[in-house]
Ligand binder design. Structure first.
Ligand code: GDP
Ligand code: MG
Length: 271
């Protein structure tokens, strides 16, 4: 694999080394992102990105028009498929376009997209298969994260670390990067169409056993448009996350095999 060193300052970067087309693809699962999409796009270090795909989940605002005016590749769902359903389309499209590294970025300007070069470097070097942009390696409260979200996130992260045997600072971030090999191996299509998709994917990664996971600090911002998930949906999400953990433990102890987790590890196409 060709080594790639990201520039120290992405904004004043020299042209990237010659790379095969669509090597690094950003996917944005979008829902009502009109007010934040341009700002998110402006922060993306375009010199290290080959393609940006936005999947619109029947937004009721101008998301699609703005995405098209920015020149993004836009895929439009005919009906709302939810956050997980949206990501399934994102990853299908990224793989179809030949991506070697896929970055998932929320288009709500919450996560500092200028950190993308550091996020993808370990994957480009072949060191890691999943990179998480962690809010908790920095100071999410300073970024405006509500205290109740902070506490529940810490709790869920503690439970997941114990169950998965990892030492991550968080599991719930909206900025991640995946290797092609991981996305081709993990049966993400079997996952929920709701927010818990992200947690199911990590459980699949851990169950597969041979993927390496890393994280870097990513500053975040909290403001109205960046955070639509309120208390009720957060409680559903928290309980769904605990169910994922229990299903993983039952699977690992062979008390109850989970098809979602069993299928992991088999390259797509051989199933
Ligand atoms: N497809 C879909 N995406 C959603 C929905 N609600 C939120 N999102 C997306 O899910 C992501 C996370 O939601 P957000 O409100 O930012 O969550 P928070 O930042 O964790 O409070 C954002 O990129 C939204 O665009 C929905 O009902 N359907
Ligand atoms: Mg958000």
């Amino acid at each position: 694999m060709t080594r790639y060193d990201p520039p120290v300052n992405a904004n004043t970067a020299a042209p990237p080394p010659a790379t095969p087309r669509n090597r690094v693809v950003i996917v944005m699962p979008a829902y009502n992102a009109a007010k934040t999409l341009e700002r998110t796009y402006a922060d993306i270090p375009h010199e290290v990105v080959d393609r940006i795909i936005l999947v619109d989940d029947v937004s009721r605002d101008e998301t699609v028009r703005i995405a098209e005016s920015l020149g993004l590749d836009v895929i439009i769902h005919r009906q709302n498929l939810g956050y997980g359903g949206n990501q399934k389309t994102c990853y299908d499209a990224a793989l179809a376009s030949g991506a070697e590294v896929v970055v998932m970025l929320h288009p709500d300007y919450q996560y500092d997209a200028t950190r993308i070069p550091a996020l993808i470097q370990p994957i480009l070097e072949g060191e890691v298969d999943l990179m998480l942009g962690s809010r908790f390696l920095g100071d999410p409260l300073a970024g405006g994260m509500p205290r109740w979200k902070y506490v529940s996130n810490r709790f869920l992260t503690g439970v997941e670390n114990l169950a998965f045997g990892l030492h991550l600072s968080e599991y719930h971030t909206g900025l991640r990067a995946y290797s092609r090999h991981l996305l081709e191996t993990i049966p993400y299509r079997l996952n929920s169409d709701d927010f818990v998709f992200d947690q199911e994917l990590i459980a699949q990664v851990v169950a597969a056993g041979d993927f390496r996971v890393g994280e870097i600090a990513v500053p975040t911002r909290y403001f109205v448009e960046a955070s639509s998930v309120g208390l009720r949906r957060s409680i559903v999400y928290g309980l769904s996350t605990l169910r994922v953990v229990i299903r993983y433990l039952l699977h690992r102890t062979k008390l109850r095999r989970s098809p979602k987790l069993t299928a992991a590890g088999r390259p797509r196409g051989r199933r």
